[in-house]
Design a protein around this ligand. Sequence first.
Ligand SMILES: *[C@@H]1O[C@H](CO)[C@@H](O)[C@H](O)[C@H]1NC(C)=O
Ligand SMILES: *[C@@H]1O[C@H](CO)[C@@H](O)[C@H](O)[C@H]1NC(C)=O
Length: 387
Amino acid sequence: MPRGFFSIARTVLTVLGVLYGAAIVLLTIPYVQTHLLFVHAVRIPWSSNYDMPERYGLAPNKTINLRVNTADNESLGAWFVLSDPFYHSLPAIPSQPADHIPTALKTHPTILFFHGNAGTRAFHARIQHYTAFSSRLSANVLAVDYRGFGDSTGTPTEAGLARDARAAWNWLIANGATANQILIVGHSLGTGVSVLLSAELSDEGIAPRGVVLLSPFSSVSKVLETYNILGVVPLMRPLAMIPWAANIVKRALIHKFETDILVPRIKGPVLIAHAENDWDIPYSHSEALFNMFLEPLLPPSTPLPSNAVSLTEEEWATFTAQAAKRKEARAEIVTTVALHNFGTVHEFTEPERKVIFVQTLAGGHDYLGVQEGVQDVIGRTFGLFGR
Ligand SMILES: *[C@@H]1O[C@H](CO)[C@@H](O)[C@H](O)[C@H]1NC(C)=O
Ligand SMILES: *[C@@H]1O[C@H](CO)[C@@H](O)[C@H](O)[C@H]1NC(C)=O
């Protein structure tokens, strides 16, 4: 072997190490974190013309481009999409579609949609959701671009997005919707926003029709442990081998979106859906969330001590008996139905609420909610059919 090989290899490794160290330092900078998490600067489609929803495939004057103002004076760009049954009940294409919003809100349920990171409300995967929601689910749709996204003012923060969500909710109520006619639907980052809004409403005793979490995550710090860039590069996996480096990044997190912690505050029905082929956020996040909703109904568990080898036979027997009891209780509470070629639906009902977890075979990260099977579970669960 030529002598130079080892010295080249050493140089390459050193450079990679320095780059990685630099990446860790960058990740602790708030500005960098904000842009990496929200990716709001990427305005796909690039030259969105929000005044022309028709250009993206929506029917003429079915969608109204409007502004929603937040409590802290941001101005958000939003689209209100009329439900197809309402739109088709009009004698002709409406010349002033905005005038019909109050009637549409009174006569049909409305989906308040919170999109994921990057891109705008005109992104084509999102349009496909509005189309499906307004046709298959007969619902109106309000889709907002958060602060800093699309043509909205401001810069995104976790608290800011929660205010944006509340502003969108208040806009619907101010225009004539009632709480039980509004279904909150979030996708990806939008599930964190949906849960913040749902928890706030629950605290105030306000009950929306329900909340739907499409491709959710349990918290940003857990995403860091599992997120794969384009499904290939596990961002934090090398970090897992250097625990102190992982802890530096986690401690420096400014936008946390701790959905897992908010679970007990959410009242009312919850539907979680996740595709097994989601390479951005693995479906284990949804399993974890479903289990957190279920936890209060199960007999308590004592975690196995880290020095499990030192357990006495009796302690071990107690532990296994407890685990068996939990498994039994779970099997009694949760019904699981396998739908051929589509996926599995797990659900349980407690006096306060129903929780459903739809685990699909297909859909990936962005197109999960575009599947008719997912829409139908949503429609059946929240009474959007037979209208
Ligand atoms: C919002 O703007 C209005 C007038 O444009 C002003 O009176 C009000 O103080 C502002 N509120 C905040 C929170 O900045
Ligand atoms: C659609 O709405 C706009 C106003 O928002 C109106 O100028 C236009 O005439 C409408 N189109 C039709 C076909 O009525």
